[in-house]
Ligand binder design. Sequence first.
Ligand code: UDP
Length: 218
Amino acid sequence: MGALGTHKALGLAKDKGARFVLASTSEVYGDPEVNPQPETYWGNVNPIGPRGVYDEAKRYAEAMTMAYHRSHGMAVRIVRIFNTYGPRMRTEDGRAVPNFITQALRGKPITVYGDGSQTRSLTYVSDLVDGIDRLARSSSTGPINIGNPVEMTLLEIAETIKRLTKSRSKIVFKKLPVDDPKVRRPDITLARKKLKWEPKVPVEEGLKRTIAYFRKVL
Ligand code: UDP
């Protein structure tokens, strides 16, 4: 879908003379050997691993988008979105933040995969929306990273959620999925310079708002 869908959507945008904004991902960096990741880094993706279809689809989507830009002179924008969270995520979404909050509020074990030393950088949804909006209206093609450069280990994220929910859940350690990226942190020099953008919502504040939402729906 990421590959074929992007190709079809590019064709439609070309036909209508529309500006094309591609929602790409930090997954294009794979399991990065460079931390933080600047847009100039080409990434470290295992094409035949369990994340391969998604990662390669997004990389192909970027390649296609740039090809349409170069060959057809189309106006395109590429945003590389880092881990984002906030209210209205699904409780059974499976990703770390909704899993941890749901588990903490239900008093169930909080499942940290691996030893929890892998890192992620959490962006609050309103900051992401602001970044994408600025890119869409700007004259920069990108790709441009939009993400919060505050890097945390998964264990820190689990402990923070446990504390903020005042949960008595235990933190338990489960098997680390294959090819799980060990680190992920955006270099946002380009977004600061080109879009005058940087995240405004601190992680604890964003998590509090997200927890309040999850309390309502659970
Ligand atoms: N993770 C975890 N417990 C969970 C869900 C995810 O420890 O219940 C870990 C996962 O192994 C990864 C990180 O949290 O290291 C972020 O996973 P997520 O699926 O949220 O996003 P990803 O960055 O992998 O796309």
